[in-house]
Design a protein around this ligand. Structure first.
Ligand SMILES: [Zn+2]
Length: 208
């Protein structure tokens, strides 16, 4: 049986001297030809390293993009079925923004990640603020300037508690999906949070 310690290797074998750093072909006596110290056959790989793979666009924002497109289309569909004179332009603008942002996220434009994250955060603040304000009118000061708030209010104003709550969840889900690099759990939670808003939008159309 072969003892691995004493297997004789024939032919040249790369060697490295840990003392003087000389790379050479190992001599039979295992000594460095320059400084005479024992050498090793584990030659360090030097400075050539495999270049890091380019960062891939994470999957979370793509999922968020798909959900946003679905929500935008549901909004637009609802508008087509039941055009309300009051909030026509705000609704259409919201639907268009969702579809555009969602498409950008889907085709992996990095800027869309941040735009979607910021839009989701703002929407979450506005809607949740409205939910609380309706019950505790004196507690809140306005977080957003009126220029931003008025059109958002128009968009969200008469949606009702269920729709508003699901919109908060949708916005929170979008933020979860877009920020940083979500793993499987965060993607699952983000999708679960986002789906009720789409379902509500569709149900409102079906309910007429
Ligand atoms: Zn040496």
């Amino acid at each position: 049986m072969l003892d691995p310690e004493h297997v004789v290797t024939n032919g040249p074998e790369p060697a490295y001297c840990p003392r003087c750093g000389l790379k050479h072909m190992r001599r039979p006596d295992w000594l460095c030809p320059r400084c005479g110290m024992p050498v090793e056959t584990d030659v360090p790989q030097g400075t050539t390293r495999v270049a890091a793979a380019p960062e891939r666009f994470p999957i979370g924002p793509r999922v968020a993009g798909g959900l946003m497109v679905a929500a935008g289309l549901a909004l637009a569909w609802g508008f087509g079925e039941n055009p309300t004179a009051e909030h026509r332009w705000a609704l259409l603008a919201g639907a268009a923004a969702l579809v555009v942002l969602g498409t950008a996220a889907l085709v992996a434009l990095p800027a869309a990640r941040w735009a979607a994250g910021v839009a989701g955060a703002i929407a979450a603040v506005v809607v949740s603020e409205d939910l609380v304000r309706a019950r505790l009118p004196d507690l809140f000061r306005d977080l957003l300037p009126a220029v931003l708030r008025a059109p958002l209010r128009d968009l969200l104003g008469d949606l009702g508690l269920l729709a508003s709550t699901s919109l908060v969840a949708f916005a929170a889900g979008a933020v979860l999906l877009v920020v940083a690099r979500p793993g499987r759990v965060r993607i699952a939670v983000g999708v679960a949070l986002s789906l009720p808003a789409i379902a509500v939008a569709v149900l409102r159309v079906l309910a007429g």
